[in-house]
Design a protein around this ligand. Structure first.
Ligand SMILES: Nc1nc2c(c(=O)[nH]1)N(C=O)[C@@H](CNc1ccc(C(=O)N[C@@H](CCC(=O)O)C(=O)O)cc1)CN2
Ligand SMILES: Nc1ncnc2c1ncn2[C@@H]1O[C@H](COP(=O)(O)OP(=O)(O)OP(=O)(O)O)[C@@H](O)[C@H]1O
Length: 204
């Protein structure tokens, strides 16, 4: 089930990436105004392109951290240039020094999300292990280029759960809600987005 859904999300068209990324990037930027120490990520080709947000926040003296892969998980290192291409073609800073600063916000890229607000990723459990080891829970915000959610429960308890979810024209808070209930406030401007009946894969 999980793998099938993952495939559906992967195969969604990625047209208009630049436009989508710009809009989502602004949402993320606004969100970061209230936070100082933030775990971000360096986007892969299939993800929201937020390089400009990273640079802008760094100029504004925020402490920005990104994943640095280590075995089956990753540590947090300070975001700084140059970036070097690593496993899975992921870019990472050269700096290998793990930070001791406590983050108050984590922006997490996802492949998909299910009814319980939990993450479907690449299937390696890296973010799950990372949050397990962290020992505290920052605010967790999932981000995705095009919405891809399942109306079924596909995840387990160990999967990372979001407090908020951001995608193109969608901003959703988890609270006690499930991902199934959309109010008109969640869909900021739904024109052009169509949700399939079975799985909620946004089509534009
Ligand atoms: N930008 C970004 N950085 C991240 C993650 C992420 O999801 N996004 N991670 C989150 O855990 C970690 C890296 N985890 C990964 C685990 C597996 C694959 C992987 O299997 N990649 C496939 C290609 C997938 C595709 O695009 O079709 C491969 O290279 O074969 C990639 C990343 C840490 N850094
Ligand atoms: N905290 C953990 N400690 C040990 N193993 C874990 C932990 N979290 C997840 N795993 C294992 O990692 C594997 C992948 O997990 P899962 O299928 O949930 O990945 P995913 O959430 O889809 O992808 P990812 O987190 O890599 O983006 C599973 O075999 C799972 O048992």
């Amino acid at each position: 089930m999980k793998n099938e859904f993952r495939k559906i999300c992967f195969n969604m068209n990625k047209h208009n990436k630049y436009y989508y990324s710009k809009k989502i990037g602004w949402q993320l930027y606004k969100l970061c105004k209230h936070h100082k120490n933030i775990l971000f990520f360096i986007p892969m080709d299939t993800e929201v392109d937020i390089h400009w947000v990273l640079k802008k926040l760094r100029r504004e003296k925020k402490n920005i951290f990104v994943p640095f892969m280590e075995d089956l998980s990753f540590k947090m290192v300070k975001y700084q240039l140059p970036l070097i291409k690593k496993k899975f073609s992921i870019l990472e800073p050269d700096n290998k020094q793990k930070t001791r600063i406590k983050i108050d916000l984590a922006i997490v890229p996802i492949v998909g999300i299910d009814l319980t607000f939990r993450r479907i990723g690449f299937g390696k459990g890296m973010y799950d292990r990372f949050f397990d080891k962290l020992g505290y829970r920052p605010k967790v915000v999932f981000v995705q280029l095009k919405p891809c959610f399942s109306k079924n429960v596909l995840t387990q308890k160990h999967d990372v759960r979001a407090d908020e979810y951001i995608s193109f024209n969608i901003y959703k808070r988890s609270k006690n809600d499930s991902f199934n209930n959309f109010s008109r406030y969640d869909i900021i401007r739904s024109r052009g987005i169509y949700y399939r009946k079975k799985n909620g894969c946004g089509k534009v």
